[in-house]
Design a protein around this ligand. Sequence first.
Ligand code: SF4
Length: 379
Amino acid sequence: MRIADLEEVDLHPARSELKGILKRILNDEVPTDDEISILFSAQGREILLLGQIADVIRERQVGSLITYVVNRNINFTNICTKRCRFCAYSVNPGQEEGYFNISTDFFRKKIEETYPYRITEVCVQGGIHPSLNFEKYLEILSNLKEIDPSLHIHAFSPQEVTHAAFTAEKDIEDVLREFKKQGLGSLPGTAAEILDDTIRKIICPNKVNTSDWIHIIELAHELGIRTTATILFGHIESPRHWVQHLSLLRRIQEKTRGFTEFIPLPFIAKNTPLKQDYHLNLRELSDLDYIKFYAVSRLFLGDIFKNVQTSWVKLGFPLAQITLTVGCNDFGGTLFEENLTRSAGGSFGQMVTPETFQEMIHQLQRSYCERGTLYNLIC
Ligand code: SF4
């Protein structure tokens, strides 16, 4: 879409400000926080307009290729002491459904299950089990390297890094250096949820706070450990928190350039304590709201993030395909095993084959390419 075409789009006169913002974005201007709030207030047809412009901007910033990574998720324990209220996956220590396994055989079996697909990455995260300590995290890394030294290890959220540092009485920088030495390739930028302590006190009161999360991520970037960036949206927060969170990620990226991609994660409420026990006013977002979120993410962050990843696990395939036409350029990973969303009541499956990704991308009349964790193309 050209700027001149935008003039012809018929919006309610009161919304001419929205057109003005979109025109400035098409002129490569970065929207202000107030302007992002206005974009997030879009409704109905306006959302489709945002999507169209986000698609144009995506083409300009990263071209038409849609990427995906052939990876395997490994969750080595669901026992966790943190009791986040949005989490339906974890169980308390001592509960019967709990499991914990960090043996070489456990990881070998998980990796062998994926042999027909030639994975390039393992994504490893777990609950904060009471017996986990710094040495055990190192053991996990050395087990994985022993099994297949060529695999990229994408592991340990800022929460897990904090726990490792706490148990070893080391500072975060030393822990990250040791992890890197032991084979850690990159960190998941999870545990971010919403980077606002008033919200965190309600949904994850025992987790790292906002400034700790930022500190760990910036240190990782300084040490050459790339990370992803995430947001968990659609629970008790308001659009004001979305703007705050996205602006914060933008500021970090401007400083470090260490994020590989931005991954907006819609909240699945069904089986979570937030829904079942706390009776809070949860936001109920529609598919259009999801489309809006992915489009605004591209419009605001695309110039410095380049990669905006959809979440087929949370959205399902048809909606994930749509988000790839409103600003996203990456389909995410094959996963092979997905426990967190499924426990929360998500119903969109645990794995996808590379061929299914390719077929869905083909349906969008776009080209595809497998990528590595750090967006090196493998095609
Ligand atoms: S989100 Fe992570 S840290 Fe929080 S309870 Fe679940 S497993 Fe534990």
